[in-house]
Write a protein that binds this ligand. Structure first.
Ligand code: ATP
Ligand code: MG
Length: 238
């Protein structure tokens, strides 16, 4: 399958701190790729380079063969990439409905937006129940679902998920990943998922990369990495 996303030799950092030192990775169209690694490995920075929040100092990001160099965050969303940020940055004083509408701010097709709100509340029924509730009063799991639904309101080809399982109970993590798998299958969504929960991420992904200190130290089909005990012990704390 053709690669939807390509990162070639990406270096990036914050001032004099180098967070990524030559990261290359591929996400095939229609695939689910996991990006794993310990705290500080550079996972969020990698996603932020793709979404245009952090400018790389070297290397290139391509979407469907087209370089994203010089594009700002809005242009990258318009090109088809949405990010679900780490740490639940919802609009707390706005309702669930208003948060979903904001996710579609770059779109002009009113009827399509209304239809997609229906689609999203179909995938995440709890959001229908909480439709007029202030987002800040919802539980952590509900907020995570809202964040994913909000990112999808932009109708991305590629969804970047940053630690969707963070701070959630195993049951909720399973629920959220079940929905992610359905979205992938039914909406033909391509996914790049950052996780510290390696077991869950390897179970749903086709292929995975492991980052350490800003470098890819291992990569391979997820089933192969999941079966490699020494790798899991060395990098994945399991
Ligand atoms: N805004 C920032 N300013 C300075 N340094 C930063 C900033 N954000 C990240 N870093 C540094 O860059 C490196 C990579 O951080 P990054 O957030 O990408 O890691 P991560 O793999 O997402 O970690 P975590 O699992 O804790 O979310 C770390 O050394 C971190 O301290
Ligand atoms: Mg992170």
């Amino acid at each position: 399958m053709a690669d939807l996303l390509e990162l070639d030799d990406i270096c990036a950092g914050y001032g004099r701190i180098e967070a990524l030192s030559g990261v290359s990775l591929r996400v095939p169209e229609g695939g689910i790729v996991a990006l794993l690694g310990a705290n500080g490995a550079g996972k969020t920075t990698t996603l932020n380079v793709v979404s245009g929040i952090v400018a790389p100092t070297r290397g290139e990001v391509r979407l469907a063969g087209r370089s994203l160099r010089g594009l700002g965050s809005d242009a990258i969303v318009a090109a088809g990439i949405s990010q679900v940020p780490e740490g639940r940055e919802i609009f707390r004083d706005m309702s669930v409905h208003e948060n979903l509408v904001i996710g579609a701010h770059a779109r002009r097709d009113k009827a399509g937006i209304a239809r997609d709100i229906e689609v999203m509340t179909g995938y995440f029924p709890i959001l229908a129940k909480r439709f007029r509730q202030m987002a800040g009063t919802m539980s952590g799991g509900e907020q995570q679902m809202l964040l994913i639904a909000r990112a999808l309101m932009a109708r991305p080809k590629l969804l970047l998920l940053d630690e969707p399982s963070l701070g959630l109970s195993p049951l909720l993590v399973q629920q959220i990943f079940d929905i992610i798998v359905r979205l992938h299958r039914d909406e033909k969504l391509t996914l790049l998922i950052v996780e510290q929960n390696a077991a869950v991420a390897l179970a749903v992904s086709d292929y995975a990369y492991i980052l350490e200190n800003g470098e890819v130290v291992a990569k391979g089909p997820s089933a192969v990495l999941a079966a490699d005990d020494s790798l899991r012990a060395a990098y994945l704390g399991a």
